[in-house]
Design a protein around this ligand. Structure first.
Ligand code: DXP
Ligand SMILES: NCC(=O)COP(=O)(O)O
Length: 242
């Protein structure tokens, strides 16, 4: 079973934005990550531009050798940017200004006409649309009806589980969601909060396609170097998926 790694470079940009310098370069990091085994590059252009900037998106769209997975809120501003930039993939995510990081999945079921319109507009621009959702059958059904060919299951509750028992419950939810998504004909990805210590059970799930991982890789890079951090995560995933 093939498993693909999308390396999220947001927090390379977080370090740069801390002093508004030109370094570290998310562009350099993305190209090195591709050399180290990343199958795609994920970046979240947040409305508050706390890390990734519009210029990062424009440059990376020109130079990436793999593919760009542009994460964004479902807003007119972001949809217009996506249709101008035309990344290979867009992942629509919920966004709240005050959040520290993404806190959950999109409520696709509760806003189906809006999601159907966004999916159609992005597909019309030749973009492969993914919806970032919780491990929830109703949200999977809604994503399918909305016309998204791909979903990304939010693994944050699994990653942040307060106990082994709670983590097992979250893992089983994800396992069932992956299987159900596949039964609907969806491509099923996963991401958020995955680390070197919790990634392998997710990577081993039958039917999982791609894992998007960023914060843990950037953190590990401080100790082992960026390319090794990417390569090690990919090794763990491939080993688990065998
Ligand atoms: C959607 C998701 O889970 C991640 O892409 C996360 O949004 C990374 O960006 P932040 O670390 O800024 O939340
Ligand atoms: N969609 C998840 C992602 O891109 C990376 O999330 P994280 O690994 O930074 O938590």
């Amino acid at each position: 079973m093939s498993i693909y790694l999308g390396v999220n470079i947001d927090h390379i940009a977080t370090l740069r934005q801390a002093r508004k310098t030109r370094y570290p370069s998310p562009v350099e990091a993305a190209l090195m990550a591709e050399t180290a085994g990343a199958d795609s590059i994920t970046l979240h252009l947040r409305e508050d531009r706390r890390h990734i900037q519009d210029a990062d998106v424009a440059i990376l769209r020109q130079v990436l050798k793999t593919k760009m997975n542009l994460e964004m809120a479902v807003t007119e501003e972001m949809l217009a940017i996506a249709c101008t930039t035309r990344p290979q993939d867009v992942c629509l995510v919920p966004e709240k200004r005050e959040e520290l990081t993404t806190e959950g999945g999109l409520d696709v079921a509760g806003q189906l006409p809006k999601m159907q319109a966004a999916c159609a507009r992005l597909a019309e621009a030749g973009i492969c649309v993914s919806l970032f959702i919780d491990a929830d059958f109703a949200q999977l059904d809604a994503a399918h009806v909305a016309g998204a060919p791909v979903v990304e299951i939010h693994t944050g509750h699994y990653a942040d589980a307060p106990s082994d028992a709670a983590r097992e419950i979250e893992f089983e939810r994800i396992r069932q969601a992956v299987a159900y998504g596949r039964s609907l004909g969806l491509t099923v990805n996963a991401g958020h909060g995955l680390t070197y210590h919790n990634v392998q059970p997710i990577a081993a799930l039958p039917g999982i396609h791609e894992l998007n991982i960023g914060h843990a890789i950037v953190a590990q890079a401080l100790f082992v170097g960026w390319k090794e951090a990417v390569a090690e995560m990919k090794r763990l995933m491939v080993e688990a998926a065998r």
